[in-house]
Design a protein around this ligand. Sequence first.
Ligand SMILES: O=C(O)[C@H](O)[C@@H](O)[C@H](O)[C@H](O)COP(=O)(O)O
Length: 254
Amino acid sequence: MASEGSVPSKAAPPPVLYSFADPDELSKGLASFVLAAQDEALKKQSTFKLAISGGSLPKVLGQDLINRTDVKWDKWEIFFADERVVPLDHEDSNFLANDNHLFSKVPIPRENIHVIDTSKLDNPEEVADEYEKQMIATFVGSNAIAFPRFDLILLGIGPDGHTCSLFPGHELLQENDGWVAYLTDSPKPPNTRITLTFPVLNHAHRVAFVASGEGKQEILHKALDQPEAGLPCSMVKVVSPGQVYWFSDDAALK
Ligand SMILES: O=C(O)[C@H](O)[C@@H](O)[C@H](O)[C@H](O)COP(=O)(O)O
């Protein structure tokens, strides 16, 4: 019998692009998409398992979602697609960014938000290992699984095409075994981070990239028009029946 994490056999389908007139419409569209993913997940299982990045994403995500009435917040199980290895109240923390724009404004049970163990901040390898253990405890039931299958992973994209904390030319682009990896040489500060690996991204039911505003124009076009260029964001190839989506606005798509 196939287990949740067994290697799917079909090739990755092409990404689906959703474009919106402006950032407000993008936030509404993204909220509806997240809710559809929630509903589909909860038809099959008791929790909606989501991973979220940092950067500009938490603001876009929270803006409309916090006002929706049809969210089953108590069923959400949240991980960070990547996290900076800093205290949770540090201005660089992806937890804090998501807390400011989303978590603090809605009734998500705090124990369902999986944060890094801040008692280990001086040892990023241990932070990554402990975070992976939290994922194993959440995803592994009676079946052993190779990789977890998130219902949805929400990601941003950097000007160099990085996503999560997976940067062009970095050795972590070749990481095929672990679920959570660490790096101490991130080109984007702060330099010490943990990140989900490509196999985890590629086993998700859905991965959605969010790219909004003029600043994303150049890299968005490169990612969409030259998938063969090998940008980290283009290396996210969710295996069928999973799907990659891009959420964008007119300013980014011009
Ligand atoms: O922690 C991080 O730095 C992120 O998770 C990172 O991958 C981010 O999503 C991109 O750098 C885009 O960031 P912006 O949306 O702020 O441009």
